[in-house]
Design a protein around this ligand. Structure first.
Ligand SMILES: [Zn+2]
Length: 129
């Protein structure tokens, strides 16, 4: 699977600024899935356009990764915040990711962070024999 951002997300970036993605020290990535890489690319594009740094606060770590129902434990979910904790900037990041990532991604504003996961699978997993 290749993550392709929609055309409306690829506007002219602000000139003279480097994109900044930050990672909390406790963040762990078991395997850099295309889901994670695609979200990082979209977040970097938003950061470049907005001038606001984005911090990755969780991937495959923390209590949520241990839950059997969470995709964090499979490197298929990622939590992000905007540096400075401005609610309108977090809302703008949420809207951008929701608009620019493929429809198979779930993008939710969960209070103080944006949660993104790839839930494009449908149907039930085959039972092991
Ligand atoms: Zn999450």
């Amino acid at each position: 699977m290749v993550v392709v951002l929609r055309a409306d997300a690829e506007r002219e970036p602000a000139r003279g600024r480097l994109t900044v993605l930050r990672f909390r020290t406790e963040v762990r990535i078991g395997f850099p899935t295309e889901t994670i890489v695609g979200v990082l690319q979209a977040a970097a594009l938003w950061s470049l356009r907005s001038g606001v740094d984005v911090e990755i606060v969780s991937v495959n770590d923390g209590a949520e990764a241990l839950l059997p129902t969470s995709l964090h434990g499979y490197d298929l979910a990622i939590d992000l915040v905007t540096m400075g904790d401005q609610a309108f900037q977090l809302a703008a990041l949420h809207l951008f990711l929701w608009k620019s990532l493929p429809a198979s991604f779930t993008v939710q504003l969960e209070g103080d962070h944006v949660h993104v996961e790839a839930n494009g699978r449908t149907g039930r997993a085959a039972r092991p024999r």
